[in-house]
Design a protein around this ligand. Structure first.
Ligand SMILES: [Zn+2]
Length: 619
């Protein structure tokens, strides 16, 4: 690969990650130069980007982020929104369910179309979109318009029935998505574009929603059905009339403030606009089997049902969150049940037609080690508490590799250790023997070798007693808890009594009892393993322990979880779950009133929107 190729590739990757290293103009100039110097470069075939980027040579930053709206699924949620937000100068609009596109115009001429992508970066879709019905290439009325026109590419029910009924696709929506993904543009002429939004570079058209729709209509675009200042009852009636069999695929009613607030629209989840979703499609089916799957040391129920069509997909299993919920539902094998797709993704059991209490069996023994299971304190899950259970072993290894930053520790490797029943002391003994003979034999080839080298490097680095104790993965005891023991040597930590512990700042009775239990049970193992590490008391900088803890929930448009964690580093400590050590829970909509958020609030955790959170980072 030439230097230039490498540079272009790096910039393209950075674009994809959402980092602006160079301007679009500079990037375009480099690509142009590369095309001139190496027209045969793999770059133009899209092959030298990572696997997941195949075929994409560039992600385009969308002129205005395409956000998702807050959603109300039930009448109560709708009414709640209605009472809390302005609704005297509004527009209610049919929400078209299609493929979102941003059409860019320069002096009245269509120049490019970008797909929604991740909401911040889209992909060029000009070739296919140009063929779609209703995409106006040259605006007849406002010749000087420069800006973007937003809309949805979709397929009508009658076109679907006429041409694609036997295509294997279950509905017009899936069919349209399939056609938009084709590289040859075939059948794009059977799709239509419905426009609903305008962003005007000169700020003349886009001041109110009514003006925007009028502008679109004058220029020949098809616009969605809308009502000006409807009453709550009118919207409710309209929403209830929507079905998944309508001519134009739709998934609800959007309520927009008539006077456009661009600042609000730029937020990840705009505050004053909302989508009222249609009633969920429900289906009746039968429970075939109640199975249990093991996650970590806990077993959770999986309900296998007779296949049923729901929202265009075939559903074969549904979830019920835990044993208590199963009891409340009165579920059992062979029961007739009503299922629906909450959030359109995970099918859920809503109702058992003939409920029977306690007519299902909870497993009594661990499927991995065969020891009796205990039910968690809250009565929600059966759990294996056998410290020698292979599952526990796997969890412990994954925890240790995570803490020490050992890479390449795939689950397969850990599964191997689990299967061989290799616990901690045995594993560390192997490390002292040499890479190829023992570790490879047990833990497989190159992977074993990699782990061996990394583990031996890691254990030469000094480690604090708190971090060392966290390696043992005792439930509920992480490094943060052990740090509260202060700057003690490991041997002094192990001597602490329950009374000593309770007297320490930040350690409650529960944590004290857990530590004592941990020390009692694992003392021998702790002492053996400690010989393999360079354990050193190191002053914990006040700054480090004072960092607020943060946890993310729900999707953040434009950033993956990994990217968020990366951004937060330095200013926050990122946590995986909600517990009493958490300071801030970041979510799409802090006012959604969901159960998880309410629980967090009751623990005194601060709720924050993704917008506000990103603002604290001063990016
Ligand atoms: Zn077990």
């Amino acid at each position: 690969m030439t230097d230039l190729e490498q540079r272009v590739k790096d910039y393209a990757d950075a674009y994809y990650r959402g980092e602006e290293i160079i301007s679009d103009a500079e990037y375009d100039a480099l690509v142009k130069q590369l095309r001139k110097e190496h027209p045969e470069s793999d770059f133009f075939k899209g092959e030298i980007l990572g696997d997941d980027l195949k075929g994409i040579s560039k992600k385009y930053k969308l002129p205005i982020t395409m956000n998702s709206l807050a959603k109300c699924n039930t009448e109560e949620e709708m009414l709640d929104w209605w009472n809390k937000h302005p609704h005297t100068n509004i527009l209610a609009e049919l929400k078209i369910d299609g493929n979102s596109q941003c059409l860019c115009y320069k002096n009245g001429q269509f120049v490019q179309s970008l797909s929604r992508g991740n909401g911040v970066y889209g992909e060029d879709s000009t070739a296919n979109v140009s063929r779609v019905q209703g995409v106006i290439k040259s605006l007849p009325v406002k010749h000087d318009f420069t800006g973007e026109i937003r809309g949805e590419v979709n397929m009508t029910r009658s076109i679907f029935d006429k041409y694609f009924k036997d295509s294997g696709k279950k509905n017009p929506r899936n069919m349209a998505a399939g056609i938009m993904g084709r590289l040859d543009g075939s059948d794009c002429d059977k799709l239509q574009f419905i426009a609903y939004d305008v962003f005007d570079a000169n700020n003349t058209v886009d001041t109110t929603e009514i003006r925007k729709l009028k502008f679109l209509e004058e220029n020949g675009f098809t616009i969605p059905e809308f009502k000006i200042n409807p009453s709550f009852e009118e919207i409710l009636e309209w929403k209830n009339s929507l079905t998944n069999k309508s001519e134009i695929p739709c998934d609800g009613i959007v309520i927009k403030q008539n006077v456009t607030d661009k600042a609000d629209l730029m937020k990840l989840v705009p505050v004053n606009n909302v989508a009222f979703k249609p009633n969920l499609e429900k289906a009746c089916t039968k429970v075939k089997q109640i199975a249990w799957s093991m996650r970590g040391t806990r077993l959770s129920p999986v309900i296998w049902i007779e296949p049923v069509e729901l929202e265009g997909t075939t559903v074969v299993k549904a979830s019920v969150s835990n044993i208590n919920k199963m009891k409340r539902l009165g579920i059992y094998e062979g029961a007739e049940v009503i299922v629906s797709k909450h959030g359109m993704i995970i099918p859920q059991i809503d109702l058992v037609v003939n409920p029977k209490p306690d007519a299902f069996e909870v497993p009594r023994v661990c499927p991995v080690c065969g020891e009796p299971l205990t039910i968690t304190d809250t009565g929600t899950f059966p759990e294996c508490t056998n410290p020698n259970c292979a599952r526990k072993i796997a969890h412990k290894y994954l925890r240790m590799f995570g803490i020490l930053g050992i890479l390449g520790t795939g689950r397969a490797f850990v599964a191997e250790l689990e299967e061989q029943g290799i616990g901690y002391p045995a594993f560390f003994e192997m490390l002292d023997k040499g890479p190829s003979d023992v570790l490879n034999e047990y833990a497989g080839g190159i992977n074993g070798e990699k782990i061996f080298v990394q583990m031996n490097n890691a254990r030469k680095q000094p480690i604090t007693p708190a971090k060392f104790l966290a390696l043992f993965d005792y439930d509920g005891l992480a490094e943060k808890q052990f740090q509260k023991l202060g700057n003690l040597e490991l041997k002094d930590m192990l001597k602490l009594s329950e009374e000593d512990l309770k007297g320490m700042k930040g350690i409650g009775a529960e944590t004290a009892a857990a530590m004592i239990d941990f020390f009692n049970k694992d003392m021998e193992e702790i002492l053996i393993v400690s010989k393999y590490f360079d354990i050193k008391v190191m002053e914990v900088s006040a700054e480090d322990s004072d960092k607020p803890t943060v946890c993310f929930t729900g999707a953040c448009p434009g950033y993956s979880r990994k990217e968020l964690a990366e951004l937060a580093r330095g200013k926050y400590t990122v946590m995986d779950g909600v517990n009493k050590d958490l300071n801030i829970l970041v979510c799409a909509d802090p006012n959604s009133g969901s159960g998880k958020l309410k629980k967090a609030e009751s623990l005194g955790i601060k709720l924050m929107s993704y917008d506000d959170f990103l603002a604290t980072l001063n990016l």
